[in-house]
Design a protein. Structure first.
Length: 258
């Protein structure tokens, strides 16, 4: 059964760099990204309406050379979290984490006993249809599953200690846009209040021996967050990278016609 090299790398205190996808959910994308250096790909279900059938196809397309496939689920509900793993995702991102109780609910849905209460659908997509004993598979799946808790509200900041200390929550991740909006300072990332939030998430993550992460829309943004201790970096998003790359190329070619 496949291991999760991103989880292992972050556990060693190293940095892992990937990306997020919202639009280009086609079979060739995982293989195309394999040659870019992206170590993980987070496919979004929260804001896109993506179906589990599509997610299953992306998981299947990720069985060859590809970034580690993960997905952001729409909500803290068992049928979203467990099913995303069942179809073959190696990790999930959970939005709007706001309490230790919610964090425990996530662990229950995503880990098998004795760690959680996830139901077993083995010998199928999640373990690549491979044979093996129940104890072996349960141990391997519990070990490789990577759970990202998104901190996106004042409530999440208030209960950060309880969330970060929950065994089975593997990464604290700031949803910077939502967090700034929920704090009443939309887009004011340089404000002292937001900077304090950045530092606090990094401190709590480090205290609990876990990485913290963020989605960075530019190299400059990645540099700033990494200087604060953030080690899980999702660089760009598929639609923005496509639009920006095309705009740059078109403008360069247009200049040749002048």
């Amino acid at each position: 059964m496949r291991e999760n090299p991103v989880k292992a790398k972050l556990a060693r205190g190293e940095t892992a760099i990937g990306t997020m996808l919202f639009e280009f959910f086609v079979p060739g994308v995982p293989r195309l990204m394999a040659d870019t250096g992206a170590e993980f790909a987070i496919y979004d279900m929260e804001h896109t309406g993506t179906s589990f059938e599509t997610l299953r196809m992306l998981a299947a397309a990720s069985r060859g050379p590809s970034p580690v496939p993960m997905c952001r689920v729409p909500a803290t509900e068992y049928h979203f979290m467990a099913r995303a793993l069942d179809v073959g995702m190696l990790g999930i991102m959970v939005p709007m984490m706001e309490s230790g109780e919610q964090a425990r609910k996530v662990v229950d849905a995503t880990r098998f006993p004795p760690m959680g209460r996830r139901g077993a659908g083995l010998g199928m997509g999640q373990d690549d249809y491979e044979p093996g004993t129940l104890p072996e598979k349960i141990a391997a799946l519990n070990e490789r599953t990577f759970i990202i808790a998104q901190i996106e509200s004042p409530a999440g900041l208030e209960n950060l200690e309880a969330i970060g200390a929950t065994d089975g929550i593997d990464c604290l991740w700031i949803g910077h846009n939502d967090l700034s909006i929920q704090m009443g300072i939309p887009g004011q990332f340089k404000s002292q209040a937001f900077q304090d939030a950045m530092s606090r998430v990094a401190e709590v993550a480090d205290k609990n021996g876990k990485p913290c992460g963020v989605a960075a829309g530019s190299v400059a943004m990645a540099e700033e967050w990494m200087s604060k201790g953030y080690r899980a970096i999702a660089y760009g998003s598929d639609f923005r990278l496509f639009a920006d790359g095309l705009a740059t190329g078109i403008e360069s070619v247009r200049k040749l016609a002048r």
